[in-house]
Ligand binder design. Structure first.
Ligand code: COA
Length: 260
């Protein structure tokens, strides 16, 4: 993998670890981070040795404290649209990844940081994590999908509350609301993310990809999620891994999935 200026990346045991590496700026998402995230996602999509990705932030204070506010100076409507669209495109690539992506939220996940975490399939948080969408304080709204994914994850009433009050919530509250899937002490965060990832990557990879696609279909305008499920179920049945998975159950042995 090529070296990145704002990301640390490594592949260990089939997991692509992506660490946003701007600790002195609380890992704020500037244009370079967005570009490099876009690039490194190619590795997730195209490297057959990579089974899933874990995204985290450098240090123990912040996952990502938002979009980089220093890049907001002088933005006009056209530039604002470009900025938001770019973030939408990259975060959609995370959300639509056929391989699982877990956010290991190790501190502040504010604004674009909360949006990045929400674009991931699951969120594991350290007990010092803080979530929020404080954009209205700056006179803007979330621009990387926050108004949509927050509603999807925690429902309209609580989402509107967080979006309009700019309240920051702690990890326990995030877990209670369904924004965090699990909360653990900071020193156990990566282990927890890896263990959740392991429970997913041991399953049939094609089936996992179809689960992601079906759940996404629920939120797509004009798409019948139930019909999508029927179609994608049929595709699963036609895979070698289905023959292996069902056969292994009947033969009382562990399945050996090949992703075919
Ligand atoms: N964009 C750019 N820089 C940011 C940033 C952001 N979103 N969040 C933090 N930083 C920078 C600070 O400017 C500071 O840089 P400096 O040392 O060069 O001055 C550094 O990161 C440390 O942040 P600081 O504010 O000093 O830390 P803190 O512990 O006092 O406060 C926060 C932490 C998260 C409460 C505070 O940084 C904050 O409110 N950040 C912005 C959150 C936000 O509004 N996000 C949504 C953006 S759309």
């Amino acid at each position: 993998m090529k070296p990145y200026s704002t990301l640390l990346t490594e592949i260990t045991d089939g997991i692509l670890f992506i660490t946003i590496n701007r600790e002195d700026k609380l890992n704020a998402l500037n244009k370079t981070v967005i570009t490099e995230l876009d690039e490194v996602l190619e590795e997730l999509y195209n490297n057959p040795d990579v089974k899933g990705a874990i995204i985290t932030g450098k240090g123990n204070k912040a996952f990502v404290a938002g979009a980089d506010i220093s890049e907001f100076k002088g933005l006009d409507a056209a530039a604002g649209r470009t900025l938001a669209q770019r973030g939408h495109d990259v975060f959609a690539k995370i959300e639509k990844s056929p391989k699982p992506v877990i956010a290991a939220v190790n501190g502040f996940a504010l604004g674009g940081g909360c949006e990045l975490a929400m674009a991931c399939h699951l969120r594991v948080a350290s007990d010092n994590a803080k979530f929020g969408q404080p954009e209205v304080k700056l006179g803007i709204i979330p621009g990387y999908g926050g108004t949509q994914r927050l509603v999807q994850l925690i429902g309209k009433g609580k989402a509107l509350e967080l979006l309009m009050t700019a309240d920051i919530i702690d990890a326990a509250t995030a877990e209670r609301l369904g924004l965090a899937n699990a909360v653990v002490p900071g020193e156990e965060l990566l282990e927890k993310a890896k263990s959740v990832m392991g429970k997913i990557t041991v399953q049939a990879p094609f089936a996992i990809a179809q689960v992601i696609a079906c759940v996404d279909a629920h939120f797509k305008d004009g798409v019948d999620g139930f019909a999508t499920e029927v179609e994608l179920f049929a595709k699963c049945v036609a895979t070698e891994d289905f023959v292996e998975g069902a056969g292994a159950f009947l033969e009382k042995r562990k399945a050996n999935f090949k992703g075919k």
